[in-house]
Design a protein around this ligand. Structure first.
Ligand SMILES: [Zn+2]
Length: 109
């Protein structure tokens, strides 16, 4: 478990692409492509302040995702890739509905 933890922490630090939309992350603050921490399970919904629950995200994805959590996947809370995949699909739909085209990228899977 400790190894997984340090891997996740490191993966946030070294991440250059948004986990959700795949765009290149900017280290400058205040931009839609700024690199921010996103909690897979929002803290307001019981998510933990742990490296397993943190991914590198762009500011736009973080804002569009908000408090989103797919409750149908709650039994799979430890299945990080599955949750991330679900959030990617959710964000793709949100962007389609809102007409946000700036960063739509089709990620495999
Ligand atoms: Zn993004």
């Amino acid at each position: 478990m400790g190894e997984i933890k340090s891997f996740c922490a490191r993966s946030y630090l070294v991440a250059k692409l948004c986990t959700y939309c795949g765009r290149r992350l900017s280290l400058f603050g205040g931009r839609i492509d700024s690199k921010v921490k996103d909690y897979i399970v929002p803290l307001s919904r019981g998510g933990e302040e742990s490296s397993e629950n943190i991914v590198a995200s762009c500011k736009e994805c973080q804002a569009l995702k908000g408090e989103y959590l797919n409750f149908a996947l709650l039994p799979l809370l430890l299945n990080r890739p599955r949750l991330i995949d679900d959030i990617r699909h959710y964000l793709r739909e949100v962007r389609q509905v809102m007409g946000v085209r700036s960063s739509v990228m089709d990620l495999p899977g």
